[in-house]
Write a protein that binds this ligand. Sequence first.
Ligand code: NAD
Length: 320
Amino acid sequence: MNAALSRNWKHAVVTGGAGFVGSHLCTALLGQGTAVTCVDDLSTGAHENVAHLRGMPGFRFVEADVTESFETGRDVDLVLHFASPASPADYLRLPLHTLDTGSLGTRNALLAARAAGARFVLASTSEVYGDPLEHPQSEDYWGNVNPVGPRSVYDEAKRFGEAMTTAEAGTHGTDTGIVRLFNTYGPRMRGHDGRAVPTFIRQALAGEPLTVTGDGRQTRSLCHVDDTVRGILAAAASDLRGPVNIGNPAEITMLGLAHLIIELTGSRSGVRYIERPTDDPAVRCPDITMARGKLQWEPEVAPRDGLARTVDWFRRRQAA
Ligand code: NAD
């Protein structure tokens, strides 16, 4: 067990709090006694993700689009800016919304933090590294992004968000941090959101072939959402500007992941190869030296255990 940094906040605003990662953040913050205002337009999130928080003292839901100004309430000392479509299926469906949320939305969230004198943390992504020419990726690698490819709406929105966050800190002295999250998985992912883990689990539980793109040799590094949330809160508690990578360096090929999920579900499904999307990164693995050193954080959930728990959640959800 490692001891990541922690801090007691009075009131946190979580944009995108009704999404997958955001809802776990809201839950963790409320659990440590922080009041939470969750701001979400429900474009890719759902009321259901925060249903367990409704009625809890200190929890408030504000339905709003962060590309327009939004209300935060009083005594805010932390703004976690997580609003943004994140799965390729979502951002390819919502390209302009994604760019607006990464630019105008980040600007509004920064303004809210500045007005309140709060610490601000931007959810950035390993996608800023694009199809990386360095492996593993450390924070000082600048990336290899196609600025006009289909994925650019997400990658460039996040790169712009990082630039704006950095400029805000330099210009106005706002206390900012940037976390670059690598692929995260766990409960509350949507079975049809297009990301590999929920897609494979859904297909395996239905006895359908698991659709592996390309030859399946491309890699990802999968971090359980409990670890990701601990890393985000450790970055928030620190005075680190970042960017800092938060991810699990345990790298796995997509074909390996498909077979692991078949094994964990006990499914009889096979694998079906389909076309690989344009600009799909060949490799992805975080160098987490900075997070280990500056945040005393590292992942604790082994992929096999975390995936088994996620399969259980999907099963229970289906049964319900
Ligand atoms: P998600 O789609 O489940 O959640 C995003 C939330 O933001 C949704 O609830 C959605 O309704 C909300 N939202 C989107 N645009 C908005 C807007 N304009 N105004 C208000 N709310 C808006 O995605 P997620 O996987 O939970 O990702 C959350 C954040 O973490 C994103 O910023 C994403 O880029 C980042 N991230 C996630 C991962 C991952 O593996 N899940 C990896 C890297 C970065």
